[in-house]
Design a binder for this molecule. Sequence first.
Ligand SMILES: C[S@@+](CC[C@H](N)C(=O)[O-])C[C@H]1O[C@@H](n2cnc3c(N)ncnc32)[C@H](O)[C@@H]1O
Length: 358
Amino acid sequence: MQEDNSFKAKPNDIVKLQNIYNGYQLTACLNCVARLDVASKLGNSVDAKRSAKEIAKDVGADPNYLGRVLHTLVANGVFQEVDNSVQIKNSNAGERVFKHNDVSLTLLDPLVRDEMIMTGSIAFSRSQESFTDTVVTGKSQIEKALGEDIWVYYNKNTEEQVEFSKGMTALTTRTSPFVASNFDYSQFETICDVGGSHGVLLNEILKTYPNGIKKAINFDQKYILPSMNGLSLVCNDPRYTEVDGDFFASVPSVDCYILKTILHDWDDEKSREILNVISKSIKPGGKITVVEHLVDDNNKENDLFVSSLDLLMMQLCDARERTKSEFEEMVKGTPFKIEQFIESKVPHIQSTIVLCLK
Ligand SMILES: C[S@@+](CC[C@H](N)C(=O)[O-])C[C@H]1O[C@@H](n2cnc3c(N)ncnc32)[C@H](O)[C@@H]1O
């Protein structure tokens, strides 16, 4: 039978599609203004007004190209453009005058800038080259785009690795106060943040619980840990310490392990391996707190942010964001069971899933 190619899309529907199909450019524009710190050169209030030409001079960019980038961001709800009487073509886009709006003001926050720089990083962007292959094969094809898996890539590309860690640190700095108070960590003498990166969450937990906890170990790969690579320590609490290692091999022995934004990086088999390694070292009566987004089991909510993280995990590391029942399924076949789901009530803040030995 001959294929029917007679379907003709309606012009209005094509317009809707054209308005969203270049979404990657938005990521690139946000990444660019974050890297150049355009927001602070525009000013620090909604009253400030500056032309692209003036801002470009300060940030060392081409005025007309920057004007075109900002004009596009305005169309997407970031910054405002001031009506001025100059006739503007793309060849003199530097004459465009801009103001902040609430969304662009967030870019004054260095942590938001670090998050934008991570989101538009080379590794994240290049991983899209093999996106369709990933969907077709049902397995992340990131090696086709980067030449190796994401962790090996970061190991070799240290500048990008630092950008990634700073982006994670930014996200975690914002979310840590909620995560620290979502579960009572003072009931444990020893805790370990497995894959704890720069130690931001442990710092917050130690501040929140001055009593009870005697020792807090930040466990990560050697080249990530602050004290191992000359970065200044995030946490000066005397109870804080760092141990380097591989969580597929062994972890320190403590009463409570924190796995924040770790299991979403791994498929079920690898996640179980991590839990099995922990089971060999956990002290009697110990617990694990898994800090992750919970996807709605009833399929009622489709959170834009969590859906986009889910796809990122799919393309970067063959992993995913999970529903409660997917967590239950994954934990089966390990020595642990789920004791409690402590759901976050704050948008974009992760929930806490408490595990104990069966
Ligand atoms: C997505 S980041 C999460 C960092 C931190 N928990 C947070 O939420 O900000 C994943 C962390 O796992 C660490 N990691 C990856 N593979 C590891 C391994 N085999 N052993 C120890 N840490 C590992 C990475 O270095 C990174 O710091």
